[in-house]
Design a protein around this ligand. Structure first.
Ligand code: CO
Length: 132
């Protein structure tokens, strides 16, 4: 059912510093920062030959990643995103397997349907499904 690794998301305390790390020290292609107030984050994407790294900095007062950063002040890996071909089918399959979703599928940061799976049901990893 699951397909490619779409991205790994890393929460960072300083997006400009993170961009400099990947762009200058590691020689990667990194997008310009993109504020997404409706998602409570500013993001930049590191393009890799086989996947992407999504750098996320909290934006606003009720950012969904603010708590993560409070627990991990240096930043850290927040979630992995796996591609699924059919969101309804994927959601049904994991639900039937006893895996909880965090809410209903919604339109994510890339204008595609996404849903998050409960990390306690996924060996401690927050997993995002994105319909591709
Ligand atoms: Co993501």
């Amino acid at each position: 059912m699951i397909g490619h690794l779409n991205h790994i998301a890393i929460v960072v305390p300083d997006l400009d510093a993170a961009i400099t790390l990947y762009r200058t020290a590691m020689g990667a292609s990194v997008s310009e920062p993109l504020p997404m107030p409706e998602h409570g984050v500013t993001v930049a994407f590191v393009s890799l030959p086989n996947t992407k790294i999504e750098l996320m900095e909290p934006l606003g007062n009720d950012s969904p990643v603010a708590g993560y950063l409070a627990r991990n002040p240096a930043g850290g890996i927040h979630h992995i995103c796996l591609e699924v071909p059919d969101m309804d089918q994927a959601t049904e399959a994991v639900t039937a397997a006893g895996i909880r979703t965090l809410g209903e599928p919604r339109t994510g940061a890339h204008e595609k349907p996404v849903v998050f799976l409960h990390p306690k049901d996924c060996v401690g990893t927050l997993i995002e499904f994105e319909e591709i």
